[in-house]
Ligand binder design. Structure first.
Ligand code: BJ8
Length: 430
């Protein structure tokens, strides 16, 4: 990224030297993993551009929005309703980080055995590397897992701008009413920060934008069911990652344009890989940008990823709320209800997630499922047992992986993934 943004980064308080180093590493990784792929759809050029400008032009746009009086809201979880942020003319940005950055700084506050995602969001902030955190007027946390919940206390001490939503951990009547009141509290907080009331017109408008965005992502997911698959798992993952940063209306247009192209590919029988390439669904902890590690290993080993049962994937767009509400009150209720349809391992019991994984494996014609948990992510590590049990009953091949953001275990993971692909191939030959 060129020096034309240096002044902007300086004014946001970034550590310029370390930031430059980070961008260089990212750009090399992107070239090696993404730009080296063969037979990519033309429509991916837009997403390549977004990534090349993720700390540049997109931040310029956000700064311009702020000048026009639009506040920026940073989030860490897909339970935070984007509709409400858009209804107060806010900019919604996902702040989760997927790189092993600032760990030394983060470990001054957090135990070493903290999940990489938490360490990374603290590390990015402490090392002065994230223009999104610095641009945020309010950071919205949530009491999902214990690690995040406690880290937000520290993040609030450092930034003084964290609002935490209390999450129920059961989808009981009491859980639902707690959640409803938390959604209303968030709406009030957003109004306080933005100075804008949530009107019915604004809420319906915002809900329609989010609805269209989810519909475009659903369309992309449906296209991955074809054999040969018209888009790589790496590219689909990237699009899902970009969905947390980009302008939602432009993003939707670009995903729909890409889907038009993929539909033509499907009609012509064109794929990114040959027909009958082993197909894998990944399920588990979210893969925040630039965590492309597991997809790169799988697709570099002769298989293709056809779906992600993940927050950076299907969990984020699987369900919808009808976007035309009769009143603000009913709108808030419908939105709260829709968000509680998300099946995160922080909930108990969480049978819905097992159904989701099974349904995805069947719909996307997967030959196997890889369960992916970040090390020390207790909810997903423990729930892996249930996933194994369910997939075993359905005779769907399953592999369990626990890893972090480092590259040290790449060789070992590759060996395990290759062996798993051989098992899937045996099953396909039968
Ligand atoms: S809805 S998965 S985004 S909570 S990886 S920090 S769970 S220890 S991110 Fe999540 Fe919302 Fe659930 Fe999705 Fe904790 Fe696990 Fe770390 Fe995690």
């Amino acid at each position: 990224m060129s020096g034309k943004y240096t002044e902007m980064w300086r004014s946001l308080g970034l550590n310029l030297e370390a930031h430059q180093g980070l961008l260089a590493v990212l750009s090399d990784a992107y070239k090696g993993i993404y730009l080296s792929q063969k037979n990519r759809p033309e429509g991916m050029k837009y997403f390549d551009l977004v990534i090349s400008e993720v700390h540049g032009q997109r931040i310029v746009e956000i700064v311009e929005e702020k000048i026009k009086g639009k506040p920026v809201f940073g989030t860490f979880c897909i339970y935070v309703p984007e509709e409400l942020i858009l209804a107060v003319d806010g900019v919604s940005i996902g702040l989760c980080a997927g790189a092993d950055v600032g760990a030394e700084e983060a470990e001054k506050y957090l135990p070493r055995n903290t999940c990489a995602l938490i360490k990374a969001f603290m590390g990015f902030k402490l090392a002065g590397l994230c223009p999104y955190v610095e641009s945020s007027d309010l950071i919205i946390g949530e009491t999902t897992c214990d690690g995040k919940k406690k880290a937000y206390e520290i993040l609030n001490e450092i930034t003084g701008k964290v609002h935490v939503m209390e999450m129920p951990h059961m989808k009981s009547e009491e859980g639902k009413s707690l959640w409803m009141s938390e959604v209303k509290k968030l709406a009030a907080k957003l109004t306080e920060v933005s100075g804008k009331e949530i009107t019915l017109e604004k809420l319906n408008e915002a809900a329609a934008v989010v609805w269209e965005k989810r519909r475009a992502l659903q369309r992309l997911s449906a296209l991955r069911a074809f054999d040969p698959v018209p888009i790589s798992g790496l590219d689909a993952l990237l699009i899902n990652q970009v969905s947390f940063y980009d302008n939602p209306v432009r993003f939707t247009q670009m995903v729909n344009a890409l889907c038009d192209e993929l539909e033509v590919r499907v009609k012509k029988g064109m794929g990114v890989v040959q027909k009958n390439t082993p197909r894998i669904v990944i399920s588990g902890s979210p893969m925040a940008i630039p965590n492309w590690k597991l997809h790169a290993i799988i697709e570099g080993s002769g298989a293709v990823v056809v779906g992600e049962e993940s927050c950076v994937g299907e969990r984020n767009f699987k369900t919808q709320a009808d976007p035309q509400f009769p009143s603000v009150e009913q709108g808030l209720e419908a939105i709260a209800e829709r968000y509680l349809t998300i099946n995160c391992a922080c909930f108990t019991p969480n049978e819905g997630r097992l159904d989701d994984i099974q349904e995805m494996a069947q719909r996307l014609h997967a030959n196997g499922v890889i369960h992916y948990a970040l090390q020390f992510c207790t909810p997903y590590m423990v729930e892996a047992y249930k996933v194994k049990e369910r997939l075993g009953k359905e005779e769907i091949p399953y592999l369990r992986i626990e890893t972090d953001y480092s590259m040290e275990d790449m060789g070992q993971l590759k060996t395990r993934v290759e062996a798993f692909i051989e098992v899937m191939k045996d099953g396909m030959a039968r």
